[in-house]
Design a binder for this molecule. Sequence first.
Ligand code: NAG
Ligand code: NAG
Ligand code: NAG
Length: 468
Amino acid sequence: MGLSPKHSPRTPTYLFPCVIALSFFSLTGLLLYKVDDVVSRTGTVVGHNLEPTPWHVFPTKPFDEETRQSRAYKIIQCSYLTCRNAVSGGSGRLGYAAGDAKAKAPTCPDFFKAIRRDLEPWMKTRISEGHLAEAQKYAAFRVVIVGGKMFVDWYYACVQSRAMFTVWGLLQLLRKYPGLVPDVDLMFDCMDKPSINKTEHNSKPLPLFRYCTTKEHFDIPFPDWSFWGWSEINIKPWREEFPDIKQGSQAVSWRDRKQLAYWKGNPDVLSPIRTELLNCNDSKAWGAEILRQDWVAAAKSGFKESKLSKQCNHRYKIYAEGYAWSVSLKYILSCGSVTLIITPQYEDFFTRGLIPLQNFIPINPLDLCPSIKRAVDWGNMHPREAEVLGKRGQDYMETLNMDRVYDYMFHLISEYSKLLNFKPTPPSSALEVCAESVLCFADEKQTLFLNSTKVSPSQTPPCTIKYV
Ligand SMILES: *[C@@H]1O[C@H](CO)[C@@H](O)[C@H](O)[C@H]1NC(C)=O
Ligand SMILES: *[C@@H]1O[C@H](CO)[C@@H](O)[C@H](O)[C@H]1NC(C)=O
Ligand SMILES: *[C@@H]1O[C@H](CO)[C@@H](O)[C@H](O)[C@H]1NC(C)=O
């Protein structure tokens, strides 16, 4: 007797679709939840999911993407999928052969010797994972280079596009010298003020890279982001900006320039010396012309008025530190005017090569206006010497071309890497970054700057440092 249809188990034609649908939805739900979770924990080169550095808070910028979904898509796409398919990176070949006689290494500028001084604190102790773990408390991100690939672990966001251009610079270094950059593990803070005070960290110096240092700090100076461009205020990459300024400076010969000392900048950056400088704004009494740079107005007018190449019309130009060191020094020196440097507290990697009365005139911050006046009077009395001094400042900046900037990075990283007493490996939380993944996050202007600073494998070896 056959089973009556009434008693047969429920037909699978109902069951399977239900089960399948149910598992599909829960799987999708789980997947979406997982994706959401991953997305919200992924730091990026433009600062997604990152707080500003607590030691220097700044307003975070809004992101371009309009919706949550488009943001999630971008983060997944740029951070997880892009480098996998990328072809670039440090895997190319050097443009010269080892025994190539034409590929003679140039000699590095003298100031490269400062690298050894900067790393002196770790010569005996070397650098352990413990050092890095402690330095992490002061870092915005960690860079690990292994086998020519670069990994970044993000801790905090950096103001504006500093992180993007700094990471880009490192990636270009890997492209320029494929196979030469050693494995390395380093902590980086991208804000202005040095933080590893020599007194406080006397018993255990911590290695931390940033854009400047002082005599009282262990912080290790590294070329700042603006060498690759400062898109927010329209300062082009150094490769273009220096020739522009130099050309602009030739429009007015030194003799025909105003016989005054000129400064234009932002005095509202908690810089006592800039505030004081405003008091010297008197062309008769102090021979100085001090102007306020209004970046908001400049942005509105498309930065036409603030073009650096049009600011070489004075015989003397003043450099005053801002909140810490200021990127403006390299542009001021590039004019070929006599640079009056108000004796600074901070130094960056290249300022250690400047020589007083050779390529600049030091100005006493404790006797500010009279000291400026004396320099201006001297120059106007000795125009020939003053003109030569100004030219030497410009020559100094011309020597510091991008090849030398990369060489400085190369030597610093190489010397630092020798001090590590462990084998660098990317932490599990770090993600690979590559040129494509950085470009993936870049806006229009940034893309333009990044594009124009791409390098190819070098035709010559890095410069050599002559220690004697
Ligand atoms: C370093 O720390 C010491 C001790 O706390 C302090 O007196 C000194 O002013 C600090 N130096 C700098 C440059 O901040
Ligand atoms: C400096 O003086 C000039 C001329 O008197 C003036 O135009 C300019 O606004 C002054 N600069 C500042 C920062 O006040
Ligand atoms: C960047 O460069 C590439 C190749 O050189 C070019 O195809 C692309 O259009 C450039 N992008 C921009 C925004 O300039």
